[in-house]
Design a protein around this ligand. Structure first.
Ligand code: GLP
Length: 241
C-alpha cells in the first residue's frame, strides 16, 4: 500500500488526476471505476482541464460507477447519473455507450443488479477503481455488516450514511433509503485501487481502515488485502499516519 499525504488540496487533486490520465494515456481502452460524493470532485475538475488542454482523450475508455440511489429520478440533481454528467461526462469525449451506472429506477432492481454484474463481467476487470470513504468505513454503498456481498446488490442505507449525505439534499427525509452498489468482490478485483480521503472527520476511520483488524463491520479494512492500493490523503485526514 502506498500512502501519500498532501498539505495542499490542489496538489492532491492534481496527483489523483495524474494517476488517471497517466493510465488512460498509456492504455486508452482502460476500464475506470468511478466514485461520487464530495471527495473526487476536485480530481474530476483536473481531469476535465487535462482533457481540454488535449493531454488525454477518453474516447476509448469505459467507465463503471460504484453506485446509485434507488428511486431518485436520473435528472434529479443529486442522482449519481446527474452528478457524473455535471462533474465529468458532459465535459469530456467519452461515448455514452461506454458509460455504466446502475439504474436505481429499474422496474426490477434485482434484475438490474444482475444486468450490471454481466456488464462488469464483459469488461473483465476494472483497471483503476477510484474510491472515497464513508464515515462508517463504507466503500461504494457497502455498509458495515456481519457479512459483505461480492457482486452488485441492493442495500438499505444506514441512518448515519443518510445523515452524512443529507447535506446535499433539502432535508434528510429526501435522502433515499436504498441504493444499488457494486460489491466488495468487484471492487477488490480491480487491478489497482485509488482511495481518496479528505478532512479531519475521516482521520480516525481512514487510520482504522488501513491499519486496524480486517473486519466486515468496517468494509474499507478489506482494502488492506489489495496488492495495488494507492491512498491520497489531505493533511487533515492523514493526521494519524
Ligand atoms: C457516499 C458514496 C461513496 C462515497 C462516500 C463518501 O455515500 N456512496 O461512494 O465515497 O459516501 O462521500 P463524500 O466523498 O461525500 O464524503
Amino acid at each position: 500500500m502506498n500512502i501519500h499525504t498532501f498539505e495542499n488540496e490542489q496538489e492532491l487533486n492534481e496527483a489523483g488526476a495524474g494517476i488517471i490520465t497517466g493510465l488512460v494515456q498509456m492504455q486508452p481502452g482502460a476500464v475506470l471505476g468511478l466514485a461520487t460524493g464530495g471527495t473526487p470532485v476536485g480530481i474530476y475538475e483536473e481531469l476535465v482541464k487535462a482533457y481540454k488542454k488535449g493531454r488525454v482523450s477518453f474516447k476509448k475508455s469505459t467507465t463503471f460507477n460504484l453506485d446509485e440511489y434507488v428511486g431518485l429520478p436520473e435528472d434529479h440533481v443529486e442522482s449519481y447519473h446527474a452528478y457524473m454528467k455535471q462533474h465529468l461526462f458532459d465535459h469530456i469525449d467519452i461515448p455514452a455507450g461506454q458509460i455504466h451506472i446502475p439504474d436505481g429506477n429499474a422496474p426490477d432492481l434485482i434484475e438490474e443488479c444482475k444486468r450490471y454484474n454481466k456488464e462488469l463481467e464483459k469488461a473483465k476487470q476494472i483497471d483503476l477503481q477510484i474510491l472515497g470513504l464513508g464515515h462508517n468505513g463504507h466503500i461504494g454503498f457497502n455498509e458495515p455488516d456481519h457479512s459483505l456481498v461480492s457482486g452488485t446488490h441492493l442495500v438499505e442505507l444506514k441512518q448515519e450514511t443518510r445523515e452524512a449525505n443529507a447535506r446535499f439534499f433539502a432535508s434528510i427525509d429526501e435522502v433515499p433509503t436504498h441504493a444499488l452498489t457494486m460489491g466488495v468482490g468487484t471492487i477488490l478485483k480491480a487491478k489497482s485501487i485509488l482511495l481518496v480521503v479528505r478532512g479531519e472527520d475521516k482521520a480516525e476511520i481512514v487510520h482504522r481502515a488501513l491499519t486496524g483488524p480486517i473486519q466486515t463491520e468496517i468494509p474499507a479494512t478489506l482494502l488492506q488485502t489489495h496488492p495495488h492500493l494507492v491512498v491520497l490523503l489531505d493533511a487533515a485526514a492523514g493526521r494519524y499516519f
